[in-house]
Design a protein around this ligand. Structure first.
Ligand code: DAH
Length: 339
């Protein structure tokens, strides 16, 4: 019996030595110490051992078992330590490596231009307000004196949701919303997105931005309009900027004008930028039509006002010398980073 146990012990130790994973160690444990294991079967055969020898044999079996268990445990501990060491080496973090530069977002040229325009008008005491992008025919057209048969209402230009509801084609409707509030005087600008059924090209997009301006008070004259917009142009394009007003027509203003600024590239001599004319068209404006005031319950005998509308993209393109509007919508980081 003693030899048998010695053999089992011998075998076990050799098997344990050859194990290279904890799973294999476990298999060895089961094959020797498990329910059907070799050592267990020796225990089961104890009944055949003469009674007087049993204590002695029992002790041997126990000793063998303890030793094998001890060696198994040592092997397992050593193996786990080795695994841990390998993992530590693999997972090592080099804290001296230079950090990856995080990409920081950048303000869009439109945003920069808008903030500049807002800064100028807020400085002159204007309020910045917003209106809805989805409008009724009344706010976008009718209340602005644009009659039912006006070409701007053509389905080719306007995105209609249904017969009465549309995507606003201009921010001018915000004028009406502000006047209807009944709080006078008004001194506001209203920036926002507008929509027109235009094909995309270097100067057109089905969605772009305008900044509407409206001033209503007692004794507001065309001189106020000129002074205000001349000051705006100087702040935006530089102290030496001159302005020129050309007669124009807008249904909601009378008289109406378009304002040009002297070319800030060539100073008005004429260059490629201003197409040789020395002037660059910048906005539409005029004195609010008395009928428009009346429709919004403002008495034109008591109050007068002026309005203007600026294309935000146009300002951004001019100010940052971008020659294709599409660049503003592609959101290519390489382009946006330059501003
Ligand atoms: N709403 C006009 C347009 O989209 C721009 C405009 C012109 C606005 C004259 C005004 C204005 O307030 O007085 O073309």
């Amino acid at each position: 019996m003693k030899e048998k146990l010695a053999k089992i012990r011998e075998q076990a130790l050799t098997q344990i030595k050859s194990c290279d994973t904890t799973e294999k160690l476990n298999e060895v444990r089961v094959s020797i110490l498990g329910k059907k294991g070799e050592l267990t079967s020796v225990l089961k055969s104890m009944k055949d051992v003469p009674a007087e020898e049993r204590p002695q044999v029992g002790q041997w079996v126990n000793e063998t078992r303890q030793e094998i268990e001890k060696v198994l445990e040592e092997a397992r501990t050593a193996m786990e330590a080795a695994i841990r060491e390998v993992r530590m080496k693999e997972e090592v973090i080099d804290v001296t490596l230079p950090a990856k530069k995080a990409e920081i977002g950048h303000r869009h040229p439109n945003t920069i231009a808008l903030e500049e325009v807002e800064r100028i008008f807020i400085g002159m005491g204007y309020e910045v307000v917003e209106g809805p992008e989805v409008e009724t025919d009344y706010y976008n057209f009718e209340a602005l004196n644009i009659p039912a048969d006006h070409p701007a209402k053509d389905e080719q230009d306007t995105f209609y949701v249904n017969g009465d509801i549309l995507l606003r084609t201009q921010t001018s409707g915000v004028q009406v919303h502000e006047m209807e509030k009944g709080k006078l005087p008004i001194r506001m600008i209203a920036p926002g997105r507008v929509f027109r059924a235009d094909e995309v090209d270097a100067t057109h997009s089905p969605s772009f931005h305008q900044i509407e301006g409206l001033v209503i008070d007692k004794h507001v004259t065309f001189a106020d309009l000129k002074g205000t917009l001349a000051e705006f142009a100087k702040e935006l394009f530089g102290e030496d900027t001159k302005v020129k007003f050309r007669p124009h027509h807008f249904p909601f203003t009378e008289p109406s004008a378009e304002m040009d600024v002297s070319c800030f590239k060539c100073g008005g001599k004429g260059c490629r930028f201003c197409k040789g004319s020395g002037w660059i068209e910048i906005l539409g404006c005029g004195m609010v039509h008395p009928h428009v005031l009346e429709m919004s319950n403002i008495d034109p005998k008591e109050y007068t006002g002026f309005a203007f509308g600026v294309g935000l993209e146009r300002i951004a393109l001019l100010k940052y010398e971008i020659d294709d509007m599409r660049l503003l919508y592609e959101n290519d980081a390489r382009f946006l980073k330059q501003f």
